[in-house]
Design a protein around this ligand. Sequence first.
Ligand SMILES: Cc1cc2nc3c(=O)[nH]c(=O)nc-3n(C[C@H](O)[C@H](O)[C@H](O)COP(=O)(O)O)c2cc1C
Ligand code: SF4
Length: 442
Amino acid sequence: MNTEPKPIYGDGNPETHPLTWRLSKQEHVRSADDYETLEGYAGFKKAIGMQPKEVLEVIKAATVKGRGGAGFPAGIKWSLMAPNDGGPRYLICNADEMEPGTFKDRLLMEKLPHQLIEGMLIAGYTLEATQGYIFIRGEYIEAAQYLNEALEQIRAKGYLGENILGTGWNFDLHVHTGAGRYICGEETALINSLEGRRANPRTKPPFPQVAGAWGRPTIVNNVETYNNLPAIMLRGPEWYIGLSAGKSKDPGTKIYGASGKVKFPGLWELPFGTTAREVIEDHAGGMRDGLKLKAWLPGGASTDFLAAEHIDLPMDAESIMKAGSRLGTCLLMVVDETQCMVSATRNLEEFFARESCGWCTPCRDGLPWAVKALKALEDGTGKKEDIDHLQELTRKLWIGKTFCAHAPGAMEPLMGALKHFRGEFEAKVVNAAAQTSNVEQA
Ligand SMILES: Cc1cc2nc3c(=O)[nH]c(=O)nc-3n(C[C@H](O)[C@H](O)[C@H](O)COP(=O)(O)O)c2cc1C
Ligand code: SF4
């Protein structure tokens, strides 16, 4: 185990750490000129020397997967965008990042704002977009400021506006700050919010690729997804796929992270398929103060708890799914043996209940029920039936039972906690003889 924090950029080699290597040269790269001396905008310039369709083929060949949590391949999403009819076409960056324990997009935007912008320029050119928006969480004040400054710098260089670098392509980018709601991260709620409406999710289909912002074709991708594109353009899809060769079928590197009682909470760019043990022990320095790992969430609050015995799993979509969880954002949250699983789960469910947009009944009413039952178990007034009701809620709020993925996401840590730590829930029932559950009294 390391005794000092490790840098995010590893050895600072652009061939192995394409997302963060520049940070080994400068603490942050916020000036367009500095970024350009470090290969900046070279991927974009290569892209505009090609036809948009050719660039799309490069991104498809790289099989780059979305980094917002669901892992959908970016090239496939882009191919589903409605054909250009000469009207407005929108490109959106999802920078809402309110998933508890997830802070990777913030670092990328604060330290490397031009890398996101370059990724969006490549995507915008490929998709023949006319306007782009970075929808950023309102609390990310500094990131929004650095992005706005970066946009001003490249507007002066002719990388935004009309007839960009003589290509005949007109495109501009804007930073839009959200008001700080988790549901604004759901892509259709984000679009509603961007349009000035209440941030409720929309029905799908139609998908945003066909009818998104203002009813026009729209692509939404995560901050980290766009950050992958400049190096793919520069070094090619085979190099990109090779980054994780032998470790995982998921291509490229990923910003992994760890929070909770580890020695060095932080972020590290590592190849897909790095094990949870390597992240926790080699990079985060292991558990703090001699504490023992009890449970962990693989990628944010909306993933299923796994147990300490799962620590040797490679952190990629397939391996984590086989173990009964979801890769999510790859930012691990650890729970140590002194912590109570009922309280840890209640803490997360309180967040989800508060952040429900209230549009559909199972989520609006079901999540507060879960919190009530968990609180009762915590304070010693819980009944055995409360545990059964919690288990039932994980089915009643599951995929297809609610309007969007918020409630099923909220059920994931609860399901994992009940699956691996049910004994802790049962040990909280002090009056096992009582018949009426707290949920029925609600
Ligand atoms: C409740 C909820 C919150 C979400 N929050 C975010 C978020 O903060 N950032 C993000 O990129 N995706 C978030 N997503 C996923 C987005 O809907 C969408 O799938 C993603 O932005 C697509 O980008 P990608 O394909 O590059 O991963 C959220 C989804 C749900 C259901
Ligand atoms: S599941 Fe929750 S967040 Fe999603 S639409 Fe229904 S109430 Fe809103």
